[in-house]
Design a protein around this ligand. Structure first.
Ligand code: CTP
Length: 211
């Protein structure tokens, strides 16, 4: 691993608390050596499709993601090259026209529902985490977030959860837990697990300085 950044994958169901775990790590390192890549930002561009059609996309299926571009960007960051990260618009269900420049860092956190499902992504990871939170907590969190931040109605959240999110979780996300090195119950609330992960990252970063 020596002279390349380390990659930490954080998977888990929708609303499991992946973002809270990632933010806790980034906050500790005060953004100096850690960057976050959200798999969500690498949903396939759908700007060529009419809005109504974008509503029918299955956003919880592995095929919804442009993992090719994601891999390309991780490989650039692994060579300490900057990338132009896409930005995703959850209200328009497509990629925004703007991108954001991301400078390489020593630690890359790759966060998303299906980051452990793709073998190519797993092969790039040094540490694999799965945030494991009960389904009732996850749907409650998702409902609040989707209504407040993603422009959804309560009816649309319930319908999407029952018809798509839940079956896809059972088919693709939950089985990917077997690839995790560490399973974190209750995500961002689990301060013991977050402390252990931070300590592990610190150890790796110290070794990199010596190497
Ligand atoms: N999604 C959606 N509409 C889109 C694109 C994605 O509703 N146009 C939903 C998918 O259904 C998927 C979810 O976004 O289930 C993925 O985001 P999620 O994991 O819920 O959010 P994070 O903040 O990344 O994770 P966490 O809640 O664990 O912090």
């Amino acid at each position: 691993m020596g002279n390349r950044p380390i990659v930490i994958g954080i998977a888990g169901g929708s609303g499991s608390g992946k973002t809270s775990v990632t933010n806790a790590i980034i906050e500790f390192f005060k953004d100096r050596s850690v960057l976050m890549l959200q798999q969500d930002f690498y949903y396939k561009d759908q700007s060529h499709l009419p809005f109504e059609e974008r509503l029918n996309t299955n956003y919880d299926h592995p095929m919804a993601f442009d993992n090719g571009l994601l891999m390309e960007h991780i490989n650039q960051l692994l060579e300490y090259k900057e990338i132009e990260k896409p930005i995703y618009d959850y209200k328009l269900h497509t990629r925004s026209l703007e991108t954001v420049k991301v400078e390489p860092k020593d630690v890359i956190i790759l966060e998303g529902i299906l980051v452990l499902e793709d073998e190519r992504l797993r092969d790039l990871m040094d540490i694999k985490l799965f945030v494991d939170t009960d389904a009732d907590i996850r749907i409650l969190r998702r409902m609040v977030r989707d209504i407040n931040e993603r422009g959804r109605t309560i009816e649309s959240v319930i319908e999407q959860y029952c018809n798509v999110v839940r079956p896809m979780h059972n088919e693709f996300i939950e089985p990917s837990k077997r690839y995790a090195d560490i399973i974190i119950p209750e995500g961002g609330q689990n301060h013991v697990a977050i402390d252990l992960i931070i300590t592990k990252i610190q150890t790796i970063l110290e070794q990199k300085v010596i190497l």
